[in-house]
Design a protein around this ligand. Structure first.
Ligand SMILES: C[S@@+](CC[C@H](N)C(=O)[O-])C[C@H]1O[C@@H](n2cnc3c(N)ncnc32)[C@H](O)[C@@H]1O
Length: 220
């Protein structure tokens, strides 16, 4: 009886916002499925697997493709200060949603490819480089050229030991091999969760410490 009463009181507070957010996300997916690249927002379990890859010392974070704010919420819950969090979201409706839901977070309606300029122009970069980029973009569906542009922009604003944390619905790192080689990046497989639609795996990209050696042809 007690339990029943408690559930009735908690339901509207706990469930309604995520249902509303899910519906908002789905409507945007119907308008531009390629850009959204998922039918529904990521699960809290995936958000946990993503934020688990942050170093304890992490202070400043950039989120790409904020959607309805599942990762944003998880980052704030971990103690990232709202002004230390910059979120880029290309979809106008979702960026307005994010601004309303997280008024102290720096939210910009912009393309991830323009991250370097946006971070500078918004004044966010004046507070220092990012310790991590949390990527919510559908990287698997991008061309290698677009992947390269996003990663080049991200690593331009990341601190030297900064990490780029992404998730994929595929079986491997979604970044094209040539892009990894050209940008001298290394990938580590992180967590995996079945509790996401579809199940997802996390990868962490970092700069390789050693310089890339160019193959040389011997003079004859
Ligand atoms: C797969 S959804 C992920 C949303 C959210 N992070 C989550 O996990 O629920 C991808 C999001 O990236 C946004 N997006 C797609 N291309 C983008 C781009 N080039 N720059 C910024 N955001 C983009 C979409 O509008 C969408 O909200």
């Amino acid at each position: 009886m007690q339990k029943g009463r408690k559930r009735i009181r908690l339901l509207p507070r706990l469930r309604r916002p995520s249902l509303e957010a899910g519906w908002k996300f789905f409507r945007q997916w119907m308008r531009s499925p390629r850009e959204m690249s998922a039918l529904s927002p990521s699960s809290r379990e995936l958000a946990h697997k993503m934020t688990h890859e942050l170093l304890k010392s992490t202070r400043r974070v950039i989120e790409l493709g904020g959607g309805t704010g599942v990762f944003t919420r998880a980052l704030l819950a971990l103690g990232i200060e709202p002004p230390d969090l910059l979120v880029l979201e290309l979809n106008q409706t979702l960026s307005v949603h994010l601004k309303q839901a997280f008024p102290d977070v720096v939210v910009e309606c912009a393309d991830a490819i323009d991250l370097e300029r946006i971070a500078a122009d918004s004044g966010w970069l004046a507070g220092g480089n990012a310790d991590a980029v949390i990527c919510g973009l559908g990287l698997l569906a991008m061309t290698p050229a677009n992947q390269r542009s996003v990663l080049t922009a991200a690593f331009a604003v990341l601190a030297p030991n900064g990490r780029f944390i992404l998730f994929t619905y595929g079986p491997a790192n979604p970044i094209a091999r040539e892009v990894m080689l050209d940008l001298n990046l290394g990938a580590r497989r992180g967590g995996f969760t079945l509790k996401n639609l579809p199940p997802a795996t996390v990868y962490v990209l970092t700069r390789n410490r050693s310089k890339r050696v160019q193959p040389q042809t011997r003079a004859r």
